[in-house]
Design a protein around this ligand. Structure first.
Ligand code: ADP
Ligand code: MG
Length: 282
């Protein structure tokens, strides 16, 4: 797999020219509950966090702790029961192409080709045909997909589909990229290449990334900062700075700093998973 990122200055400038201060996320005392009465589920509890423009954040926590719910509130798919989410000082009231989302399950349009999937956002936004085509070509090349532009999603491997999903989100020139366990279904080797590819794209674009995972290695490898969530109802219980050099390559995983952070995360996750297990057994 070609993990090299090609630089396309005009399109990159389109993102950077807006401001280098875009993608500022403020989650303020957010609680999110589902259902009512005896069926009430509190998924996220009084969570406050701030993500600075251009940061790469991993939200790490055991299964069912509320990671997707919190991410969905930033995306605008879920409205907080109390509290607020602001992106670039604007209250999030619903989904927007400004906040690109990549899910674990491949969510491409199956009836559209790779090129049409990527051009979809710009087309809906009212871009001219020629501009849509230019944007699609840019992102096809950037993610190394030019040779599969005319294929349909069903003809692609899981890793390829996720690359198209990332390209499709980026083609809207979002200020933040929200990713919900995007590599969770991939084999270990493909996953590592996808992680390296994502880091190159991120460093090229300087875009804010919020990446949800339950995988400690993935979080330590990718993040500037890891926000560890408690067992359900989820809230942030640790904010760990990842001071490992960039660009990161797989060899970093044997360094003392990496192993030390991994241990800290594992200790938190183990304690929280145990709590979740005990809650379920009650
Ligand atoms: P995670 O992504 O960390 O695995 P989720 O955010 O998916 O966790 O879920 C957190 C909790 O909220 C779980 O108990 C889940 O069952 C519940 N939940 C999530 N979405 C809904 C929903 N739409 N309706 C009811 N309960 C939900
Ligand atoms: Mg989830």
């Amino acid at each position: 797999m070609d993990t090299q990122v090609i630089s396309f200055e005009p399109h990159k400038k389109k993102i950077l020219s807006r401001s280098d201060q875009i993608g500022h996320i403020e989650v303020d005392k957010v609680t999110i509950s589902f259902g009512k009465g005896a069926d009430l589920v509190e998924a996220v509890k009084e969570t406050t966090l701030e993500i600075r423009p251009g940061e790469f954040i991993c939200l790490l926590g055991p299964s069912g702790c509320g990671k997707s719910t919190l991410l969905n509130s930033i995306a605008g798919y879920v409205t907080p029961t109390t509290g607020s989410v602001l992106v670039d000082d604007e209250l999030v009231k619903g989904p927007s192409p400004e906040r690109g989302m990549v899910f674990q399950q491949y969510s491409l349009f199956p009836w559209k080709t790779v090129r049409e999937n990527i051009a979809f956002g710009p087309k809906v936004a009212g871009e001219e045909e020629a501009e849509c085509s230019s944007i699609a070509n840019t992102f096809l090349a950037m993610i190394g997909l030019t040779n599969i532009a005319n294929k349909f999603p069903s003809e692609l491997s899981g890793g390829m589909q996720q690359r198209v999903g990332i390209a499709r989100a980026l083609a809207n020139y979002p200020s933040v990229l929200l990713m919900d366990e995007p590599f969770g279904a991939l084999d270990a080797q493909t996953r590592l290449m996808m992680q390296e590819n994502l880091l190159s794209i991120w460093s090229e674009f300087g875009i804010t990334v919020v990446f949800v995972t339950h995988d400690v290695d993935e979080a330590v490898f990718l993040a500037d900062r890891i926000l560890v969530m408690s067992a359900s109802p989820g809230s942030v219980i640790a904010d760990l700075k990842v001071d490992l050099p960039r660009p990161r390559v797989s060899e970093v995983s044997t360094s003392v700093g990496y192993l030390d952070l991994k241990k800290q995360c594992l200790d938190f996750i183990r304690a929280e998973s145990l709590k979740a297990f005990e809650q379920q057994s009650m």
